[in-house]
Design a protein around this ligand. Structure first.
Ligand code: DON
Length: 318
């Protein structure tokens, strides 16, 4: 924060500045593209941009189209990783997925065969997240999905969080690449159980519908190392949050994670519906939506507004 701002609280400053910063990022929406490989996602408004920031006392600042609902898509992978870690422990999870960035696209299967052992490089690429879906505890795939949804609801403090069934069906009908990866993982012994059931768990958690406020509340729990600061209740062991946040820094924005670490410097995870979940550790949870994507699959205006915020508020961890 600059000297000129020092007598004003940070939230007041954000309230005043966010709409201005958002307006200048919004222009970029027209330069990106809304995802269409899942046909239902193409209906999202290209020009939308919204943000919600919440602090440990529950005070929030919101701007733009923050009321828009959208599906979590890959953002959900952070939380299924956390659930799989809580269900199985680190040894079991990291027997099935690695800890390294790929430098490839999120849906690439290139390195699955290229590098031994043939496990997905990390839990945030599609192949890794599908392997993680197979590790969620429960007697049936319905029970596994239900446990996942309940976990997300608890973190978001929102009992009405649910699936966007149109997006779920649209993905299930168009997921040939993910299906081929899942069969490959099964053949490699990485994925246990029924491939279609595991994919159903994956498609469901990707299609959980949220607003920026839901993402911000989920991020707030991570920003406070697994304890919900609004209740003081520990929801996730600190060590697992540390693992998840590290993956967010190294792989959360796919093959743009290095650039994002330099320009923004915060743990973050994006999804192809245009959401970004990020946080200022020990301070804020942040949710962003901007369905128009850059060529790497991240929200074009969402990344831009986070760059502005980080620079103006001096939020980079590095
Ligand atoms: O599996 C898929 O392709 C989607 N359900 C999720 C991909 C995604 O969000 C990647 N994001 N940038």
């Amino acid at each position: 924060m600059t000297q000129a701002h020092s007598h004003e609280s940070e939230l007041d400053l954000l309230k005043r500045q966010l709409p201005i910063w958002l307006a200048s990022s919004k222009e970029l929406c027209l330069e990106g593209k809304v995802a269409s490989y899942i046909p239902e996602l193409s209906k999202a408004p290209q020009e939308a941009l919204g943000i919600h920031i919440i602090d440990q006392a529950g005070h929030s600042v919101t701007a733009g189209d923050s009321g828009l609902t959208f599906t979590m898509q890959s953002i959900s992978k952070v939380f299924t990783l956390l659930l799989a870690l809580m269900d199985n422990g680190e040894d079991v999870v990291f027997d099935k997925v690695g800890m390294e960035p790929t430098g490839d696209n999120f849906n690439s299967m290139l390195k699955l065969e290229l590098v031994q052992p043939g496990i997905p490089f990390n839990p945030l690429i599609n192949a890794g997240a599908i392997a993680i879906s197979s590790l969620i505890a429960g007697g049936t795939s319905e029970e596994k999905s239900e446990r996942t949804l309940q976990f997300f609801r608890k973190l978001a403090r929102n009992d009405s969080l649910s699936y966007d069934m149109a997006v779920y069906r649209s993905e299930a009908e168009s997921a040939d690449l993910n299906r081929s990866m899942a069969y490959f993982l099964k053949d490699n012994g990485v994925l246990k159980g029924n491939v279609n059931e595991v994919l159903d768990i994956y498609f469901r958690h990707c299609s959980i519908s949220v607003t920026c406020a839901d993402l911000a509340r989920m991020a707030l729990v991570l920003a406070y190392n697994g304890t919900d600061p609004l209740t003081g209740v520990n929801l996730i062991p600190r060590r697992y949050v540390q693992i998840a946040k590290t993956f967010m820094v190294t792989c959360g924005m796919y093959n743009a994670s290095g650039e994002f670490a330099i320009e923004v410097g915060l743990p973050a995870k994006s999804g192809v519906a245009g959401g970004i979940l990020t946080m200022v550790p020990g301070r804020y949870g942040i949710g962003v939506i901007g369905p128009s994507l850059n060529p790497k699959g991240n929200s074009i205006a969402g990344v831009h507004v986070l760059e502005t915020l980080s620079r103006e508020m001096d939020w980079s961890l590095f």
